[in-house]
Design a protein around this ligand. Structure first.
Ligand SMILES: [Ca+2]
Ligand SMILES: [Ca+2]
Ligand SMILES: [Ca+2]
Length: 706
């Protein structure tokens, strides 16, 4: 199903849903449409997110990017937190020897248990803008070549070859919204709305770029006549962008800066992000050029996926046009499992999921998880808050997506590190502080989603000042930034003039342990997650191994004292062994397990008995309106406690039944955008031993959109 166009938040229509029973459907036909719950190609992975410039310097000769002269020319100043520090691809690659404990490159990342690496954009940058350099990679001039500060094409190829030999996936951070800032306007940078100065073709006709987002046509534009501003490029930046078509100033919106605070909607998409040249992403030439240029990194080097920077600032139609081109390139390069996740900084799951689905993004970074997990680890949010977060997971379900594919994280290079939040938002110090850091990572690794650890968190880096942005991008190698030498570390003393690679920390040990748990118990990585308990300081959930028919319980306690909870499970009368923390327990005849979780820590339990064989399944479906999102909520009721899976089906008049999403965790739900007319809805339950049943169909007026 295609969600197609962006949806309007809130209630689109005031009509109430009315539904009536329609005759029994041909059950066999419906049951054939049942599908397993989707798993993203990265659902079982764990990511290490690394800023290449700050990881390891493998070649001091490239530290000035081949330039000479002042820092304004070279961008290199390892004593300032806003400039290049010398880390590079050769350093990140290392010797590629997993048997060598002194190899601090990719082999170290592998030893920590990671299965994937996400690196900051490795492309040619505008070296310095204002009073900062492009060490972070988000100011590209040329995306067809690596930044010479980071290395050569041969070094990028060696990096990829090493990652492949170690079994590590590589995701590139890519920017499609903007390039570096080289265009300026004699009229100044203040944003001019479309209402005041519409786009015009070269011939002077007013047009809306959004009306050219289905085909390949786009009007010819004129630098002088088409824009709110007069785009101007200084001599030294003429012709430096790659691919070459990005040198044409008519491929940008040229409307001035996003005016933060007063700007919503279209202005956030057409405005320049802090002066960065905002691409006319509606123009098929731009779509194609970005697909070809970024696609070449898949074809030439075999990268496994993209992280999509500033996705919400790109026009709403772009990803639906561009990602299929990228996927075609990946498939042709023998990478059918290539996938992407977008950066959409919304902390509300209803809003985030709506944008993910409307813009046809396969996944997004889970900012709502970050906020709630961080608040839980600091003791500010209850177990109930975590339960409420996961209760919104069904918003992400579509035929191709769900919450299991979200990339989850605790902090990042923009907002700051989890260590900063823990040290500034709690009174904890010493061992209790370390335990809170471990608890945060337990939650990251043992609940649904794809964990992303920000480099340096594993050695307990924190941060100083406001803890964000430049203050959150510490060196792993011996640092020359004085504030970073003195900064608090969780679990170890300040690093001083030493190297973080010489540290051996409790957080690293825990990450290895958690990765090993996920590897030997796949349910903990990609198994169905059923929230079971969320009260006071405790959150608990079941993870289900659908192959082995085995249930696990993961439980977390953020209090400074031990806490107990009576956790419902689907596995009665069984001993449960403890894989992490806590003690062995037994479930009673109703499946209840009394779990005691020590202070600031976690427990993982595994049932000795398999899930009991379920009886004959049955299912019913109902339809309501979700007043948070205005979407239709389809809810299926399945008696019993079996961890079954439900596929929801919709049929338009004279159409066939179509699967609109599969849910493997109670409550069974999908949410659909509002539409018009009538439709029939049904659902098929598949229990853990493969028995199926379908729900009596309902006819719904004012039907879910298809
Ligand atoms: Ca270097
Ligand atoms: Ca934009
Ligand atoms: Ca559900």
């Amino acid at each position: 199903m295609r969600f197609g166009r962006p949806l309007v938040l809130g209630l689109a229509a005031a009509s109430l849903v009315t539904s009536t029973a329609v005759g029994a459907a041909a059950d066999g036909d419906l049951e054939a449409l049942a599908t397993p719950s989707v798993r993203s190609p990265i659902a079982a992975d764990t990511f290490y997110f690394v800023m290449t410039d700050r990881y390891r310097d493998g070649d001091p000769a490239n530290n000035r990017g081949g330039r000479v002269g002042s820092v304004e020319s070279t961008g290199f100043d390892p004593s300032s937190n806003g400039y290049y520090h010398g880390g590079d691809l050769a350093g990140l690659t290392g010797r590629c020897d997993p048997s060598d404990p002194a190899d601090d490159g990719l082999a170290r990342i592998k030893r920590l248990g990671f299965t994937a690496v996400w690196i900051t954009p490795p492309f040619v940058q505008r070296t310095v803008q204002g009073s900062s350099a492009a060490y972070h990679g988000y100011w590209f001039l040329d995306i067809t070549r690596p930044d010479p500060h980071l290395g050569t094409e041969a070094e990028f190829a060696a990096f990829m070859a090493c990652a492949k030999s170690l079994g590590l996936k590589v995701f590139l951070d890519v920017v499609v919204n903007h390039t570096a800032d080289v265009i300026s306007y004699p009229e100044g940078n203040a944003f001019v709305p479309i209402g005041k100065a519409p786009y015009r073709t070269a011939a002077g006709r007013v047009f809306n770029p959004w009306s050219y987002t289905t085909g390949t046509a786009f009007p010819r534009l004129s630098a002088r006549r088409s824009f709110a501003k007069t785009p101007t490029v200084p001599e030294q930046y003429r012709g430096v962008k790659g691919p070459a078509v990005l040198n044409e100033v008519t491929r940008y919106h040229n409307r001035g800066d996003i005016s933060w605070g007063s700007c919503v909607g279209r202005c956030e998409m057409d405005g320049d992000f802090y002066g960065l040249d905002d691409l006319m992403t509606e123009d098929w030439t731009v779509v194609r050029a970005l697909a070809d240029a970024y696609g070449s990194w898949i074809t030439k080097y075999g990268v496994d996926g993209f992280r999509l920077d500033t996705a919400k600032h790109v026009d709403p139609y772009f990803f639906g046009r561009w990602l299929p081109l990228v996927q075609q390139t990946a498939a042709a390069a023998g990478k059918p499992s290539f996938t992407s996740f977008g950066e959409v900084w919304y902390t509300d799951a209803a809003q985030l999921s709506e944008m993910m689905l409307a813009r046809q993004l396969p996944s997004v970074l889970d900012f709502p998880f970050q906020q709630t997990a961080k608040d839980f680890a600091t003791g500010r949010a209850s177990g109930g808050s975590l339960a409420a977060l996961f209760n919104e997971d069904d918003y992400y379900t579509s035929p191709t997506t769900n919450a299991y594919g979200l990339t989850t994280f605790l902090g990042n290079h923009d907002m700051g590190r989890i260590g900063f939040f823990l040290t500034t938002e709690t009174q904890a110090q010493g061992q209790p502080l370390l335990e809170r850091a471990l608890l945060a990572h337990d939650l990251l690794y043992l609940t649904r989603g794809v964990p992303v650890v920000y480099y340096g968190d594993e050695v307990g880096m924190t941060g100083s000042g406001d803890g964000t942005d430049k203050n959150a991008r510490q060196d792993m190698f011996s640092t020359q930034v004085s504030q970073w030498r003195a900064e608090e570390r969780i679990g170890t003393p300040p690093v001083g003039t030493g190297s973080s690679f010489d540290e051996s920390t409790a957080i690293e040990a825990r990450l290895r342990q958690l990765a090993a748990l996920r590897a030997s118990h796949p349910a903990l990585a990609g198994g169905a997650m059923i929230p079971r308990y969320g009260q006071d300081s405790v959150f608990a959930a079941s993870r289900i191994d659908g192959q082995d028919l085995r249930e696990y319980v993961v439980a977390f306690n953020s209090a400074d004292t031990a806490a107990s909870a009576l956790v419902p499970t689907a596995t009665p009368n069984s001993p449960w062994s403890s894989l992490l923390g806590g003690a062995p327990v037994r479930s009673d005849g109703a499946g209840l397990v009394s779990v005691t979780v020590p202070a600031r820590s976690s427990v993982v339990l595994r049932a000795a008995e398999r899930l009991p064989r379920p009886g004959t399944p049955s299912v019913s479906v109902r339809v309501g309106k979700d007043f948070v999102t205005g979407r239709y909520r389809l809810t299926a009721t399945v008696p019993g406690t079996d961890p079954s899976t439900v596929t929801f089906l919709v049929r338009r008049p004279r159409g066939g039944w179509q699967a609109v999403g599969t849910d493997d965790a109670r409550p069974f739900r999908v949410f659909l955008p509002p539409g018009k007319g009538t439709a029939d809805v049904s659902a098929v339950v598949t229990d853990t031993v493969g028995q199926r049943a379908s729900a009596p169909a309902l006819r719904v007026k004012i039907a879910p959109f298809l």
